[in-house]
Design a protein around this ligand. Sequence first.
Ligand SMILES: Cc1cc2nc3c(=O)[nH]c(=O)nc-3n(C[C@H](O)[C@H](O)[C@H](O)COP(=O)(O)O)c2cc1C
Length: 228
Amino acid sequence: MMNEAAIRVEDAICSRKSVRAFLPDAVPRDLLEHILRVALRAPSGGNLQPWRLYALMGASRDRLVAAAAEERKIHPMGEAPEYPIYPPNLNEPYRSRRYRLGEAMYATMNIPRDNKAARLAFFAHNWEFFGAPVGLIITMDRQMGVGQWADLGMLLQNIMLLARAHGLHTCPQESWASFQHVVRRTLPIPEHEMVFAGMAIGYADGAHPVNSLKSERAPLEEIVTFVE
Ligand SMILES: Cc1cc2nc3c(=O)[nH]c(=O)nc-3n(C[C@H](O)[C@H](O)[C@H](O)COP(=O)(O)O)c2cc1C
């Protein structure tokens, strides 16, 4: 039997998914602050807390989205990020997993593979935070290395699970790394911080087909080796 706390943790984990269409409804500032304050209890090696967060809502969010829209006229997919988002030639099974995710996502909206324009048009909603009223930009000091990348993931997951606990949804977004120049021009980010990702936070648009996507996972047997 699971106790109630365990059930709540499992609910948050299992109901979290990447939402890619949000309602415009505002997220109260004190709720966002609460979520971020609790999320900052995330562990980090040596307690470095190697992260910085830029929380955008209202005018600041709109400014970044508008600046990204301008940039897209020149670079529709942004420019090179400061780090390779994926390895250049993904091996199996990773390549197929990525492919299947893309196919499943566009299938929810009936966008076939050869309709590149429609696919790009949907993908570009990344740089509108998919309509979410809150956008986060997550940065890390450039001196940090592999160990600290894991730390960043802990913080992001905390934010995403706490968001669920408060009725919100999220989408983590590496796609903002490709707009790092725009992000830098628009926000007070010091040169020694690298732009890792963004995150959309808000209330899910339950009527949008893309939010019906349930991404698959490899079965436990494929991932876990129990060593006797
Ligand atoms: C660090 C990170 C960055 C991501 N960046 C993007 C992104 O830029 N755009 C997007 O639509 N999804 C992005 N995703 C969402 C993944 O595609 C998603 O987590 C994965 O397909 C599993 O689906 P789920 O989150 O719905 O469980 C990102 C996820 C993570 C963890």
